[in-house]
Design a binder for this molecule. Structure first.
Ligand code: NAP
Ligand code: MG
Length: 483
């Protein structure tokens, strides 16, 4: 195994084996070779991590008593530590997940920016004075919630962990991070960064382990005060149910079935480029994938030709030892799931315009060809369910109302794209789309400053921006009788 980075749990400032001594082996999805042997946290280990985080969250403890500016400096120091190790983390993420180094590099940059963004917020999280009748002083204080649990999927392992850790820490909370057992490695670099940045012991704990054991325990633990869950809608519902036993707050960042709606007056080259990127980056394994291309019938063929041409000229490979621009799917089971959806699409009458199987020139790796289906109707399985792979469904429309109806006819509501050169069309369609995020003339896009989250079954609550500061603080109202 070529991996030489950290492989144990990180609890209370110590690198430690699982209590059971169990480990599990991860695989490089581009080579199908074992990559790392990692300590496997079970319930008892999560309990140890939560206990450490609970103690570190004490009101009189070192972390809570730090001045806001010092807390911000700790976040900057974490960003520095990550930046210094960027090449190493990029390499680990590429081998662990299969994404190309280019894609991994964008993820790590986003984390660095997110830590710096929230580092600037630590001394600006403030309450209000409330005008009340009588001789009284009434004010609000925004306090940390306490212990935060972070359950993260395998598609953006490093980036999504940082997305919720940074605001949670900025608000003065402590954290227990459970990465996916499919891609547990980059999460351990948060522990490395925390050590280097001098975070007090117990403030940040990392427990690689399985969802059904470690993840489940974190969601149901009575001493966890907020669960930040990113993953599938099905698992998210279960997490919400278990957190409800303790009336614990949750943020849920779940699945999507994003439409890219293209009007005839759009710049078709730009639209085709955006739609290609929006479905084939990260091998289509994105919550915000633009997996439905909803295009006006008058430009349908032109757009399809452009997207197919781009799909056919995308080199597949890990990008580590080759010039690959689209990596493999994350695992054999994920590859199989995507191939099953492709079969369903064919059976339900959609036409494969390109792709539709595994590439013939690969001896190893869980690759799936960039696939474009035409003749799709929105009631087909491939238009309704999240495939989580490089599969695009093209659906045509005849007028604006129909475009909006198709786009909104989904159980999900995460991100939608609109392509047009007409301002009125852009704003009107943006208003009518039932999506948490709408982007006009580029796709997909997000920044640390902008709220990220979905309508409908795509989630609950928001990460990023000032909205996340509300998720990770609770308001205390103080009334003082001055009579
Ligand atoms: P998943 O199967 O739901 O897993 C997500 C996380 O939950 C993993 O850490 C997993 O651990 C853990 N988990 C599994 N069962 C659990 C349980 N019973 N209790 C607590 N935790 C449990 O999702 P995935 O397959 O990794 O990721 C794909 C999904 O994530 C897609 O639906 C995608 O749309 C969604 N996603 C959403 C966003 C967003 O921001 N909205 C971003 C990225 C991905 P193990 O992996 O170890 O089982
Ligand atoms: Mg899963």
């Amino acid at each position: 195994m070529s991996y030489s980075g950290p492989t144990t749990l990180y609890i209370d400032g110590e690198w430690t084996a699982a209590e059971s001594g169990e480990t599990f082996v991860t695989e490089d999805p581009a080579t199908e070779e074992p990559y790392a042997d990692v300590a496997e946290a079970a319930e008892a280990d999560v309990d140890r991590a939560v206990a450490a985080a609970y103690e570190a969250a004490d009101r009189d403890g070192e972390w809570r008593s730090l001045g806001p500016r010092e807390r911000g400096q700790h976040l900057h120091a974490m960003a520095d530590a990550i930046e210094e190790r960027k090449d190493e983390i990029v390499n680990v993420e590429s081998h662990d997940n299969g994404k190309t180094p280019f894609e991994a590099s964008l993820d790590i940059d986003m984390v660095i920016e997110t830590f710096r963004y929230y580092a600037g917020w630590t001394d600006k999280i403030q309450g209000d004075e409330v005008p009340v009748p009588g001789d009284r002083l009434n004010y609000t204080v925004r306090e940390p919630v306490g212990v935060t649990g972070h359950v993260i999927p395998w598609n953006y392992p490093f980036q999504l962990a940082g997305r919720s850790l940074a605001p949670a820490l900025a608000c003065g909370n402590t954290a227990v991070l459970k990465p996916s057992s499919t891609t547990p490695l980059s999460a351990l670099y948060y522990a490395v960064a925390a050590e280097e940045a001098g975070l007090p012991e117990g403030v940040l704990n990392v427990v690689p382990g399985r969802g059904s054991t470690a993840g489940n325990r974190l969601a149901e633990h009575p001493d966890v005060d907020h669960v930040a869950f990113t993953g599938s809608t099905g698992v998210g519902k279960g997490v919400m149910e278990r957190a409800s036993e303790n009336v614990t707050g949750v943020t849920l960042e779940l699945g999507g079935k994003g439409p890219n709606v293209i009007f005839p007056d759009a710049d078709l080259d730009a639209a085709a480029a955006g739609c290609h990127y929006g479905i084939f980056m990260n091998a289509g394994q994105m919550c915000w994938a633009g997996s439905r291309l909803v295009v006006h019938e008058s430009v349908h063929d032109e757009v399809v030709d452009r997207v197919v041409q781009r799909a056919e000229s995308t080199p597949l490979g890990s990008g580590i030892d080759d010039d690959g621009q689209m990596g493999p799917t994350v695992s054999e089971s994920q590859q199989q799931e995507v191939l099953d959806y492709i079969e369903t699409g064919k059976e339900e009458g959609a036409t494969v315009a390109t792709g539709g199987g595994v590439p013939e020139d690969k001896d190893a790796g869980y690759f799936v060809e960039p696939t474009v289906f035409t003749d799709v109707t929105n009631d087909m399985t491939i238009a309704q369910e999240e495939i989580f792979g490089p599969v695009l469904s093209v659906i045509s429309f005849s007028d604006r109302e129909e475009a909006i109806e198709i786009a909104n006819d989904s159980p999900y509501g995460l991100m939608a794209g609109v392509w047009t050169s007409d301002l009125k069309t852009a704003h009107t369609v943006a208003e009518y789309l039932d999506y948490g995020m709408v982007s006009v003339n580029e796709y997909p896009v997000t920044q640390p400053q902008t709220p990220f989250g979905g309508f409908k079954e795509s989630g609950y609550g928001r990460e990023q921006g000032t909205e996340a500061l509300h998720e990770y603080t609770q308001t205390k109202n103080v009334n003082v009788n001055l009579e």
